[in-house]
Design a protein around this ligand. Structure first.
Ligand code: DLL
Length: 449
């Protein structure tokens, strides 16, 4: 691969990382590679996992029926419950003695889902994380503060091994311990941070309270993911720091972080298609949708040995962007994920996504990204309240200024979702801060008084 070609991209001053070679494969070669891997993984799943064998037999499909990539539509979908029903080890395609790592996602209800990796799978994961960091312009010499949680959550260790493999200096601080994070960021010359975007807004705020000006730090990149975040949130982060804020996507079921990432162009997230095959379907009918159309992302792991996942319905809503990217990568992109099909709430008959409220809120000057959506029901009628924290400066402002701000937020929300929300400006530091994924919606409608 030609290194000079890549260095035309602003920010990619260190040129090309060899691990990124598959990002630039000619399309025909990539499709061949995908087909070969798909056939291999489906056969492996069929031969080693009763769940897949039964599912395929029920549809009268055998691994030999996969002649083209398009034949993937013959295979059944998987959903989260399939992973729960086979808890803990029912989907493993490798003997336990070949498995070197387990992670689990914290199920909000019932049992967690368990995911497994062979040594080879861990190497693939590190390589897609290297490619992710490289796409964000990071390289050997960077000092990466990894504030994703270490443990059963995939964020911490996933980013850790990728950053080490890149040759960067990794600070494995995990989430929380906010004052210490800021001290380390300052004292260790941190150049890049990995954490959830909501936690980073908390770090910005706390740095301000401690008198640390983030703009004076060498911090220049943030690799943010694990939850939806809007362009308004990106502007907030970039306005308070010298960071270029990149979006990274992934899910435990598929591998963890590193399924896709933004490049310097920040025009959608490149999917590492040589390992993860993306499809978009209509979530209602399950019909495949064409490139460009918005629908539910379905992913198939093409190389995972310990636990192949085939046609997994992610619930994440996006579109495949097939047009070439200005960065030169040939792997396709998906649009940033603003919502999941299951985070929608219905209020007085209107479908609302939390990200719509965030977008409306952050379009108004003087607001903060610290907010919470509270749903209640009084006398059978749904009420939508949005609590928004004021900045300390605003808090000491005149009442009239606050009323005007409240009104502007109310109008912006009404313009976006067509419903009047009860906007309440609350004192600074009264909404719980998250160290990981933020909980934006408090649904108290089944607690009717
Ligand atoms: O959140 C893996 C991860 C760690 C990704 C660190 C990025 C960075 P899970 O806990 O299994 O895995 O949650 C996966 O989180 O299906 C999406 O709904 C959401 N999600 C992850 N990244 C993004 C993103 C990790 N960049 C679920 N934008 C996914 C929007 C995201 N949603």
């Amino acid at each position: 691969m030609n290194g000079t070609m890549m260095s035309v991209i602003p920010g990619e001053t260190h040129g090309f990382h060899p691990a990124s070679t598959p990002d630039y494969l000619p399309a025909a070669q990539l499709r061949d590679l995908q087909l070969g891997r798909l056939r291999g993984i489906v056969r492996r799943a069929y031969e080693n996992v009763a769940y897949f064998r039964k599912g395929m037999q029920a549809r009268g499909v055998t691994p030999g029926d996969l002649r083209t990539l398009g034949d993937i539509v013959q295979l059944p979908f998987m959903v989260k419950n399939d992973l729960r029903d086979t808890y803990p080890f029912g989907l493993f395609a490798s003997p336990l003695s070949d498995i070197v790592r387990l992670h689990a996602s914290s199920g909000t209800t019932g049992k967690p889902i368990v995911v497994a990796y062979t040594r080879e799978d861990i190497a693939v994961w590190a390589s897609v994380m290297v490619r992710s960091f490289a796409a964000c312009g990071l390289h050997q010499g960077d000092v990466i503060q990894n504030a994703y949680g270490y443990g059963l959550f995939t964020g911490g260790l996933g980013a850790h091994y990728g950053a080490e493999e890149l040759g960067a200096m990794v600070i494995p601080i995990s989430g929380g311990n906010t004052d210490r994070q800021i001290m380390i960021m300052k004292d260790f010359g941190v150049t890049a941070i990995c954490c959830t975007p909501s936690y980073f807004t908390h770090l910005i705020e706390r740095a301000g309270e401690l008198g640390v000006n983030m703009k004076e730090l060498p911090l220049r990149a943030g690799v943010f993911g694990a939850e939806p975040w809007t362009d308004g949130m990106r502007r907030h982060i970039e306005a308070h720091t010298n960071i270029k804020a990149y979006d990274i996507y992934g899910l435990s079921e598929i591998i963890g972080p590193g399924v896709g990432v933004e490049c310097q162009c920040q025009a959608g997230l490149h999917i590492f298609e040589d390992h993860f095959y993306p499809e978009i379907i209509d979530p209602e009918t399950c019909e495949p949708l064409a490139d460009g159309a918005e629908g539910e992302l379905v992913l198939t792991t093409l190389s995972k040995q310990a636990m192949p996942v085939i046609r997994y319905r992610t619930r994440d809503i996006t579109a495949i962007l097939a047009e070439p990217c200005a960065c030169g990568r040939t792997i396709r992109r998906i649009r940033r994920i603003g919502r999941r099909s299951d985070d929608m709430f219905i209020i007085r008959g209107v479908n609302v996504f939390p990200s719509q409220i965030e977008t409306a809120l952050l379009s108004i000057d003087g607001t903060t990204p610290h907010y919470q959506i509270v749903l209640t029901r009084a006398h059978g009628l749904d009420e939508l309240a949005v609590r928004v924290e004021m900045t300390p400066a605003l808090f000491s402002d005149k009442i009239s200024g606050l009323e005007e701000l409240q009104q502007r937020i109310t109008q912006a929300i009404e313009r976006t979702i067509g419903i009047r929300a009860d906007v309440r400006l609350v004192e600074p530091n009264t909404i719980a801060r998250s160290e990981g994924k933020a909980k934006r919606v408090l649904d108290q409608r089944n607690m009717e008084s």
